[in-house]
Design a protein around this ligand. Sequence first.
Ligand code: AMP
Length: 582
Amino acid sequence: MKYEELAEAYEILENSSKRLKKTWIISNLLKKTSDKDLEKVIILLQGKVFPSHDKREIGVASKLVLKAIATATGYSAKQIEDLWKKKGDLGLVTEHLMKSKKQNTLFNEELTVKDVFETLQKLSTLEGQGSVDQKVKLISKLLSIAEPLEARYVIRTTLQDLRVGVAEGTLRDAIAWAYLDEANPNYDDSSDSINPKDREKYVEIMLKVQEALDKSNDFGVVAQASRKGLNELAKIKLVVGNPLKVMLAQKVNSVEDAFKTVGKPAALEFKYDGFRMQVHKNENDVVIYTRRLEEVTKQFPEVKNYILKNVKAERCILDCEAAGYDSKTGSYTPFQHISQRIKRKYDIEKIAKDLPIELNVFDILVYNDKILLNTKFSERRKILEQIIKQEPKKIVLSKLLLTDDDKKAKAFFEESIKQGNEGLMFKNLDGIYKPGSRVGFMIKLKSAMDDLDVVIVGAEWGEGKRSGWFTSFTVACQSEDGFLELGKVGTGLKEKSEEGASFEELTNLLKPFIIEEKGREVRVKPEIVVSLQFEEIQKSPSYSSGYALRFPRFVGIREDRSSEDIVSKEEVEELFYNQRKK
Ligand code: AMP
């Protein structure tokens, strides 16, 4: 496929905020896509060049892209930077410059989807001496073949900042519209509405596509199967060893509200303050993933041993919380205490001894040949009780109370807090397991003074002694309209990395995600999640969320979380109104 066709679709997507129209545009593009290009187009539509389970990154900073633009257009880096400051987007800058470029087109070729995809993938493999020049060469070669509109999107994809707004739900629907006849929506452009022949059938098909996505966690695989028909789609299986998205919890503020959502009686469990682990066992193989589906097996050799020794199943997928504890007193410690274990690459055995964890198993998704996603929670728990041999401080089942009594629930909450946990989880006994969803089968109830998880969207270089570090960070919450700012934070970080989250550490984490620099300020891709404490929430016209945090301070970096896990604007609003009631 010519890249031009994709670029034209991107442009329409970028200029439209209507979800149905976007779905229509994508489905038409998919219909035209050959089998060979399908996976590439699906991935490029998501603004990436690797599928979600592949954690490789293009890893190219804006400075390097700037050089490539200079090489391809003949303009100086200074001229490009000045224009960047005016337009605020390097993609648009490149497009503009390509229209009046000083360099002649070197190649009389047409850019293809394959060229762009494979070249950008290649960037991630280049390392060491001479790699900067090689990367500049590869990007500038793409630009020298590209038309101006194509250049806009080549640059944005390289910087991992596509800005065309394709949500996962839109892509899912587009796949169904494109390939499954029964999901023909009869889209009407003039009224931007759909009118499927058989609505029930339409909904049923969408659910089937979603189910296939839940199992494979791979849009490419689902698109290929859908193209061959419903039979092929039904063949997609959950594979032990491949990560799947975890089910998320809704939040409530009282025991009464929790019961209202999950029904009575319910299973109440301690909410441990650790991090999520999805553990896959296939005979003697054990693979461990975080909530972001990053593989961390090597970092947790003791967990592998606990699983092999204490879990009686040939194959299974377990959902767990790894909770840190003090090796002397045995009491639970907060997440921040053990967070460094997630990224640690050396002295693994030593750190495992110094910062031990207890695996609290709370769910099971596959047991031998049975897939349990559609099995009731109460039955899943029963299986766990049968197959796990508990050993305190190594591997245990989450502590559970089955009750319909508000008073008992409140006492259980207090007990959990006293033991150093965050609060309680309430679980619907008949609830199924919905990967990636925040449906109301699982509810969290935490104490009021909880930390807030936010994502960093901008930062400012420090001055004087701290000039090599970012010292002030703009943080944001999530909303349907994207990420909205909540304020700036600079306190709570340490000077040195050995003492906890430091300026240096956060600077290094953010650097690869810089997408724009203006003077001392930078804008970064919303990737790094941090926990904050604050005095109070105020209304504020200065930030795009309409709210600001008063006296925010860092508690730590949440390496295990992605921007999908952060606080939402509605939750911020709720916190604002609740604090006023007190
Ligand atoms: P939150 O991180 O505040 O959205 O709360 C949900 C998280 O609590 C889950 O993703 C788990 O990592 C964690 N958690 C701790 N204990 C449990 C439990 N017993 N059941 C389910 N999740 C738990």
